[in-house]
Design a protein around this ligand. Structure first.
Ligand code: ADP
Ligand code: MG
Length: 702
């Protein structure tokens, strides 16, 4: 059986032992499954072993296997030492290997007479064929040939691995032993028809071949097979969640109730077509007694909140309460104010629950929620999810869901009340990816913006021209506007690479000096929550004209009076992040300017990226450029989506596999919703053991 086998601890494997097991565990590698999925980060092709006598010309990458005939260490005071050795492979030729760095340490590694394989670039050096700083493996004639004469894997390195002797060489041996002793017990998690349909290598061979490929072709086939599996299980999970939610009943909501009607009549603006369409989707979802599970996607400022409020009123008109979840206290408070202003005139009560709600207020709010006198509870995710009992919860809204990964979503669905769910996101994602990332959801996109909005003008500015920035800031502040300044770091860094990157703290000093008459606030992630919020609130209330911060000023913070966004070292930010930051301004009636301070010396690539920012304000186009330039790994790396990190697959590159696995997973779930057929047994066990989040049991789906 595969699952128990793969769940075994690796501590008892030959070459591991308790000490190394601890080191590996610290990197999340505990079981055989973890070990097998420690894929090589790179491969070296050592099938190309050359006879030294045959070398006629320099060669970019060759392997030579031979005996060390001579070693020489040249110690030179002040000018750096050098270590040389000569290898002979019996062909009649000799090769010189040279080390200039760490020469003393390297010299101690070799003895005359040893058989070693050297890999590297062959050049002609003072008339002799040489390799400088080659890689090398000792060739032990007795053991299996794991290092030479084949394609070999190089494993991820860590300082802790090095210290524990966990080299690529050792990983190869540990894995080799595992396959020899246990590999036969591996079962294929994918049913054979699926493998046949998509021409996939079988599961056992692929797991072995990715570590010990016999050829490039075999490696490619193994990689494709394992990518397929990774994506397939992900799609299966999304499909399972989706099926599960779709089978839940949800309270039927009306769109013709008195509260919603009055709200719409009193609203001071008319909805955009995009907002109308979104509301229509929500109506359809919630009208027929099945649970809604929808994502409302729309760029910052596209007006998602009013759509959410309309949905809240549909719930209340239908005799239900609503919960409104935000990722931070600042956002929760802001939503609380907006909702109160809109709903109190209709005679409704809104409650606020965050980590800093004082105990007595919290108690009476909880009571109001339990009795139903509070119609809407606004709060932070954690607080509302921790056992707030509603009288009758009918709708749950989650704002800025990018802080809320697939797993949290799954947890939300299985909560007791089973309300309709509306997630909102201001992170635009290319269409091709949305299918995967949001495979468990129905998606509505608002593509237009409320009329009369100022397009934000974006400018690139060199450090040399900072005085122009100061002129702009001075003008805007004199006109009563406010300015954001964002820095990539909190404080001065000791890290060499970051030495000349300006940090928020020194930025704050600099700005205070340049604008002595202006109230400047500083906000960053290392401040205490209360201090941070207080500083932020002073800016929100307009008491401070300049807010210096790191990226803690998150999506959703609304200061319509702010008209300038300055981003220092813009080249260090991802495009999507820059776009999010830019979305903080242009919310009022005033022209708004986003200034990207940058240093082009760093890279030509960042120039291309930043130009895309100047050219368009369309978040979807920017996300596509961003994805192309950075690849899916980075694009989704930083809290962007809550997507699990794929080890092999890249959803931006492997689009054909993404589509194929999506279809395959859906077909399978339609045919066998509970995965209860005998031919799906291994798949089902594997899914439960390694993929499905807790609480998502297939038996409850079928
Ligand atoms: P986001 O989608 O980023 O959450 P908000 O819901 O905060 O955007 O809306 C941004 C601003 O636009 C708010 O002040 C809101 O009242 C206003 N707004 C929303 N819809 C419209 C509309 N149709 N016409 C005019 N202003 C609108
Ligand atoms: Mg918002």
């Amino acid at each position: 059986m595969s699952v128990p086998l793969l769940s075994e601890s690796i501590q008892y494997l030959k070459g591991v032992g308790p000490k190394r097991a601890d080191v590996l565990a610290a990197e999340g590698i505990r079981t055989a499954a973890d070990l097998l999925a420690l894929y090589p980060r790179r491969y070296l092709d050592r099938t190309n072993v050359v006879r030294i006598a045959d070398i006629q010309a320099p060669h970019p990458a060759a392997t030579v296997v031979g005996t060390i005939t001579r070693t020489r260490f040249h110690a030179r005071r002040g000018r750096g030492s050098r270590f040389e050795l000569t290898v002979s492979d019996g062909s009649g030729g000799f090769l010189t290997c040279v080390w200039f760095q760490r020469a003393r340490a390297i010299a101690n590694l070799f003895k005359e007479g040893e058989r070693v394989a050297f890999h590297g670039k062959i050049t002609l050096f003072s008339g002799r064929w040489s390799m400088s700083h080659p890689e090398f493996d000792r060739v032990d004639d007795a053991g299996p040939k794991l290092d030479t004469g084949r394609i070999i894997g190089l494993y991820p390195g860590h300082a802790s691995f090095d210290a524990a002797g966990l080299s690529s060489r050792l990983f190869r041996r540990i894995l080799f032993t595992w396959f020899k002793e246990k590999g036969a017990g591996l079962e294929d998690p994918l049913p054979p028809e699926l493998a046949a349909e998509f021409h996939l290598m079988d599961g056992r061979s692929a797991r072995r071949a990715i570590h010990f490929p016999k050829s490039r072709e075999e490696l490619d086939a193994a990689t494709r097979r394992l990518k397929f599996e990774e994506l397939f299980f992900f799609q299966l999970m999304m499909g399972a969640i989706r099926t599960r939610v779709q089978r839940d009943p949800g309270p039927p909501l009306t769109a013709d109730g008195p509260l919603l009607t009055r709200f719409m009549e009193q609203l001071l603006f008319t909805l955009t077509p995009g907002q109308h369409a979104a509301l229509q989707d929500i109506r359809v979802d919630t009208s027929h007694g099945v649970r809604m599970n929808r994502l409302l996607q729309g760029d910052v400022g596209s007006g998602k909140t009013v759509v959410a409020v309309a949905a809240v009123l549909m719930a209340i008109d239908s005799g239900c309460q609503a919960a409104f979840l935000a990722p931070t206290e600042i956002l929760a408070e802001q939503h609380f104010r907006t909702l109160s202003a809109w709903l109190e005139p209709l005679g409704l009560y809104v409650g606020l629950l965050t980590g800093s709600t004082p105990a007595p207020v919290r108690r009476s709010t909880l009571e109001g929620i339990a009795q139903g006198s509070i119609a809407v509870a606004v709060g932070t995710h954690a607080v509302i999810q921790e056992g707030v009992a509603f009288e009758r919860l009918g709708l749950c809204i989650v704002d800025e869901q990018h802080r809320f990964g697939v797993m949290q979503r799954a947890a939300l669905y299985s909560k007791g009340d089973r309300p309709h769910i509306l997630l909102m996101s201001a992170t635009p994602i290319p269409r091709s990816l949305a299918l995967t990332v949001y495979g468990d959801l129905d998606v509505t996109v608002i593509r237009d913006r409320p009329p009369g909005r100022q397009e934000v003008e974006t400018r690139l500015l060199w450090e040399k021209r900072r005085s122009e920035l100061h002129d702009l800031m001075r003008r805007e502040i004199a006109a009563g506007r406010q300015v954001y300044m964002v820095y990539p770091l909190v404080e001065e860094s000791e890290v060499e690479e970051l030495k000349d990157i300006k940090d928020a703290e020194s930025g704050y000093q600099e700005v205070t000096a340049a604008f002595p008459e202006v109230h400047v606030e500083l906000v960053h992630g290392r401040m205490k929550g209360a201090d941070k919020d207080a500083a932020m609130q002073r800016f929100v209330r307009g008491e401070a004209a300049i807010l210096v911060s790191t990226t803690v000023i998150e999506v959703g913070v609304d200061v319509p009076n702010a008209s300038v966004m300055v981003i220092e070292h813009a080249e260090r930010f991802g495009l999507s992040q820059l776009h999010q930051l830019r979305g903080r301004i242009g919310r009022g009636r005033h022209t708004a300017t986003c200034v990207l301070m940058c240093d082009f010396k760093r890279s030509e690539a960042s120039k291309t990226r930043l130009k895309a920012m100047v050219e368009t304000n369309d978040g979807f186009r920017i996300s596509e450029v961003d994805l192309k330039l950075r690849g899916a790994g980075d694009f989704f790396g930083t809290r962007q989506s809550g997507l699990p990190a794929f080890k092999l697959a890249d959803i931006a590159e492997d689009t054909d596999l993404v589509a194929a696995t999506r279809t395959a997973a859906r077909t399978l779930l339609t045919a066998d919703p509970g995965l209860s057929r005998p031919e799906n047994r291994v798949l089902r066990d594997y899914f439960h053991a390694f993929v499905a989040p807790e609480g998502l049991s297939m038996s409850r789906i079928g």
